[in-house]
Design a protein around this ligand. Sequence first.
Ligand SMILES: [Mn+2]
Length: 249
Amino acid sequence: MDLLTAPAAWLTVDLISDLHLQASQTATFSLWQDYMAKTPAQAVLILGDLFEVWVGDDAAAQDPFLQSCAQVLQQTAQRAHVAFMPGNRDFLVGPAFLGPCGVQALGDPCLLELGAQRILLSHGDALCLDDKPYQAFRLQARSEAWQHSFLAKPLAERQAFARSLRDLSESQKHEGMGFADADPDMALFWLAQAQSRHMVHGHTHRPADHRLGQAQRQVLSDWSMDHAPRRAQVLRLQRDGASQRLDLV
Ligand SMILES: [Mn+2]
């Protein structure tokens, strides 16, 4: 499990996830750009699905919208620590993109030590065990062999594959299957392994604070400013243990 120990200078740490940035959703991008320029946090940790889709760092290099996103990351990273954990949409974001932006890559899960707090961070998709077809795909798609062969395919083929994945998840939504939720036993197992009583994840787009035995599980909001209901939240943690959900809408 990755360990991220906050230096003493980190008094405020922001957690965001599930912005699903894409060129057609200009209002979401603008709000994110503005937030990144103004946040007083010493660290911004992005817990996955920053991007709606990612078919390779080489494709991003030729995409004007993704280059604008890179510029936002790069500018923020000059004055704050910025870290990125992959989600189920953007798990192919790699060092060729993050490196020049000055963004740290985080594994999933990752334990954040912030003062006396031990906070377990995850995107959350690995906890949604009820979605068995997805878990089978995830196991395959996170292997080096799969990624190597996928990234070697022509761009058009990669884009077609990404579209088919998205159409599948949309059709599941329409069939009422929705998103599976985080499995409580698995969440407790992860917490025990990390000796933590506080988990934060995104992915389900169902922001809430849950009790989980002696522990708490906080779910981040997704961001959507281009369609109703509009939503965009930051979970702002303080070194002294205080925390706040900041609503940017
Ligand atoms: Mn997700």
